[in-house]
Design a protein around this ligand. Structure first.
Ligand code: FES
Ligand SMILES: [Fe+2]
Length: 326
């Protein structure tokens, strides 16, 4: 089972311009632009003298290097070299070109050229309007994945916001294997106690936290009548200590329009996100002084799976039910 995704979102489509733009994925710089056939992603390095192509421009949908003017088509073939007297005939592709795909508001790129687009994780909430958001998070990728899946820090780091430390709730956690990942179902005996919990959590009977393909997290909140809200987080490692972070929220139209719910809750989500970003960055800064040697308990449910997924190892989910106080 391949548990490591090779496809990464790089941007919200609506935030993209057609012009060449540089992105960093897994330490690789890529240049992304749009021509007649769609989005093109290529290695951001001119084969002539390694000049960043993202500083060049588009000529009839082809990218022209800003140094000596070599020009490449959307497949990566050289189409023009200024000053050459005879026509340049390239037999092989000179510029590494990656596959791209638009899916649920996001532009995705695959660093492996032969991997078909497949998100084994389910669509966020079929048929619902998706509210997408992107930011950059400084920190370790595994620490970020853990943060967004971990309920235990919410009553401390986000005291009063998501949950309240003075009112811990008894929660049952059921850990199960799913396709390309692991899932935890949380059933609380009563509703959550922080501001977000009070605004939204009263109706919630149970929720799921899922991790698939090493970088997609799905949080799904259910009431007696079905799914009320989903929040997908996608973490994209760019370079050591830096990650793109996407959040995609959907909500049901029960009790209030989805758009209104998202509008009301967004400031609180953003506040919680700021607190998380600060904590993750502080953790990462400390790793530079004290290399991590983590002590864990059974409450740190997801960490072993996160570490294995990031290494591309088989998951071997140990299915069990545990009780915790969140
Ligand atoms: S470095 Fe690009 S054309 Fe010379
Ligand atoms: Fe958090």
């Amino acid at each position: 089972m391949n548990v490591h995704n090779q496809w990464y979102p790089i941007s919200l489509v609506k935030k993209m311009s057609k012009k060449p733009q540089r992105f960093i994925l897994q330490g690789q710089a890529i240049v992304v632009y749009k021509n007649k056939s769609g989005w093109v992603a290529q290695k951001d390095s001119c084969p002539h003298r390694n000049y960043p192509l993202s500083t060049g421009k588009l000529i009839n949908g082809e990218i022209q290097c800003g140094y000596h003017g070599w020009q490449f088509d959307g497949k990566g073939f050289i189409s023009h070299i200024p000053g050459l007297t005879q026509k340049y005939k390239a037999k092989t592709c000179s510029l590494t070109t990656y596959s791209t795909q638009v899916y649920e508001d996001l532009l995705w790129v695959c660093l492996k050229t032969d991997e078909p687009f497949h998100i084994h994780a389910r669509p966020v909430f079929p048929g619902r309007k998706i509210f997408s958001y992107r930011t950059t998070i400084l920190g370790d990728t595994a620490d970020i994945l853990e943060n967004f899946l971990d309920p235990m820090h919410t009553s401390i780091l986000h005291d009063g916001l998501i949950r309240s430390s003075s009112k811990p709730r008894k929660t049952k956690a059921e850990i199960r294997a799913i396709d390309h990942g692991v899932e935890v179902k949380y059933t609380e005996e009563s509703h959550q106690s922080g501001i977000i919990g009070n605004l939204f959590g009263r109706l919630i009977t149970h929720s799921y936290g899922r991790l698939t393909l090493g970088n997609i997290i799905d949080l799904e909140f259910h009431s007696k009548r079905g799914i009320e809200m989903t929040n997908r987080f996608i973490i994209v490692p760019t370079k050591p200590g830096e990650n793109y972070f996407f959040s995609q929220i959907t909500a049901s139209n029960r009790w209030a329009p989805a758009r209104l719910k998202v509008f009301v809750l967004t400031p609180f989500f953003l506040l919680a996100l700021r607190q998380d970003k600060k904590a993750i960055k502080a953790q990462y800064d400390n790793h530079q002084i004290f290399p991590p040697d983590y002590k864990s308990t059974y409450l740190d449910i997801m960490r072993p799976y996160i570490d294995r997924m990031l290494k591309g190892e088989a998951l071997k989910v140990i299915e069990k039910d545990i009780e915790l106080y969140t």
